[in-house]
Design a protein around this ligand. Structure first.
Ligand SMILES: [Zn+2]
Length: 518
């Protein structure tokens, strides 16, 4: 009796062992062109990559010795790269649905968020950094879906007292100071209600709050008159932001600055922020610069310094061209959208009800005309119709971004890929696909393909101190890999020519991730 029990037990143990071994089966990718970046160079060579469990176990020219059984994947004629990183996303925003639509069609919103992680993976994005719009409920739900990218956040965006962000929320005085905000003790012009304990609004407290939310970076905004808006907000001061940067540095947290103007870029350099969260698309507050697209001496000086300091630089073309697509182009007919938006969701976007974004943007022209006529006239010059003013403004922004990108590329800038997906709930910033479109814009601006590759892999991992796990094909790192049918160092479209996504060692055919299959 005892003996029989023992045998049964032994069999159970054996079965368990065999089973767990099969789950750990290694995969050898052979004869594949390995593309990966290091600090010094971008490597491009044919060889072998061994994936074991969730890690990269070997990379090299020679075939490794492998104990035990393993699967083989012949990569002849194909290319393996690290999984891509997009370091500027807003995961809790709903691309295409404003609050009204979200309220009316909750089941479509659920379908959108269910597909969201797969849409990023479909386009090769295996790591995402949500820079604000911190929404733990949404982000945790994405993290619990069966297939999802690794997600990091910067917690809540830092609001510096009465800054642009706070002003945009239009909170009345008795409410606006109830939220965490950074108190600028060098600016005594703002009078706070007595009930506010300013000691709990120091850089130390703000950084500690972000760390409690699990943030790995810190984001804040600087906007000025160059935007064409009449400044009714307080601009953050240099002194307090320097203190914030130093406090964040203690925990290796980079500070990201939204500052799309010349003055904003100068502010970023003076305060020592590590990352610029947008490209320079607002020239200066001088009315003669409103329609200018030529780099002045000062622009060149500032951009060269950004190159020299190797500050991280996110161009976020899509924040601009996404809006342009909303009003100018027939973006809704792009077949690629079928892979990222669930069917019913996409159908609604193509109705008049779903077209709210266009009206919203065109309404802004009217606002500008009323609030800042000199700005309005400068943009309008040469254009007869009022309707043409907004497209004209986008042309200016885009020309500037192209010029800035090219100049920075010539000055050895440290580009990091950030697509700002989705900015303003725009459907023209589709999850995953938007990152690919961002890379296309970078290429069209004249940034070399090797720099784009670095921006989406190694540079991004390094800027956020994630390089021990991600960003290159290196032994010991997480096995997040892409197998591409074409060479991303020869053709930017290779990033949309993905065959297989390897996620934490798990091999997934790209088509399995498409919204068309759900
Ligand atoms: Zn953003």
């Amino acid at each position: 009796m005892m003996h029989k029990n023992y045998i049964t037990l032994l069999l159970v143990v054996l079965c368990f062992k065999v089973h767990s071994q099969s789950a750990q089966k290694s995969t050898l990718i052979k004869n594949i062109t390995i593309i990966t970046a290091s600090e010094e160079k971008v490597m491009h060579q044919v060889g072998f990559v061994l994936v074991k469990d969730s890690k990269i176990a070997y990379v090299g020219k020679e075939k490794p010795e492998i104990l035990g059984s393993y699967d083989e994947l012949d990569g002849k004629g194909k290319f393996v790269t690290p999984g891509l990183i997009d370091s500027h996303v807003h995961l809790a925003n709903t691309a295409g649905f404003n609050r009204q639509l979200q309220k009316e069609y909750p089941e479509l919103v659920d379908a959108y968020f269910e597909q969201l992680p797969r849409s990023y993976l479909y386009h090769g994005f295996t790591t995402l950094i949500d820079v604000n719009n911190y929404n733990p409920k949404r982000i945790n739900a994405i993290g619990q879906s069966p297939l999802h990218p690794d997600i990091y956040t910067c917690g809540n965006q830092v609001q510096v007292m009465d800054d642009f962000m706070m002003e945009m929320e239009e909170y009345p005085v008795d409410v606006r100071y109830q939220f965490p905000f950074l108190y600028d003790r060098y600016n005594r012009q703002i009078v706070f209600p007595d009930s506010i304990d300013l000691a709990s609004h120091t850089p130390k407290r703000i950084i500690s709050g972000i760390r409690n939310q699990g943030g790995i970076g810190v984001k804040l905004a600087y906007e000025d008159e160059a935007s064409g808006l009449i400044v009714s907000w307080a601009k953050p001061g240099i002194g307090i932001i320097r203190e914030l940067v130093l406090e964040a540095q203690k925990y290796s947290m980079p500070v990201l600055l939204h500052a799309p103007s010349l003055e904003g870029h100068e502010f970023g350099l003076k305060t020592g922020v590590q990352i610029f969260a947008h490209g320079l698309w607002n020239w200066s507050a001088d009315p003669k610069d409103y329609g200018n697209t030529i780099l002045t001496g000062q622009h060149k000086k500032v951009l060269s310094q950004i190159g020299q300091k190797q500050s991280g630089y996110q161009l976020t073309f899509r924040a601009i061209t996404g809006e342009e697509d909303l009003i100018e182009n027939n973006f809704g007919a792009d077949k690629h959208l079928e892979n990222v938006y669930p069917k019913g969701y996409l159908k609604l976007l193509q109705t008049t009800e779903g077209d709210w974004g266009r009206k919203k943007i065109l309404g802004r022209a009217e606002f500008l005309k009323k609030t800042n006529p000199p700005f309005y006239d400068a943009i309008k010059s040469g254009h007869v119709n009022d309707e043409e003013i907004w497209p004209a403004l986008y042309k200016i922004y885009k020309t500037r971004l192209n010029t800035v990108a090219k100049f920075l590329a010539e000055n050895n800038a440290n580009f990091i890929l950030g697509s700002d997906t989705p900015a303003m709930n725009m459907f023209t910033n589709p999850p995953g696909y938007n990152g690919f479109l961002e890379m296309k814009h970078m290429y069209e601006a004249g940034i070399p393909l090797s720099s784009i590759f670095r921006a989406a892999t190694y540079n991004n991992a390094k800027a956020f101190h994630l390089e021990e796990e991600f960003g290159s094909i290196t032994r010991g790192k997480i096995a997040n890999l892409l197998i591409l049918n074409s060479d991303p160092l020869l053709d930017v479209d290779a990033y949309n020519d993905i065959d297989i996504v390897i996620l934490q060692g798990k091999i997934i055919e790209r088509t399995q991730l498409s919204a068309l299959n759900y």
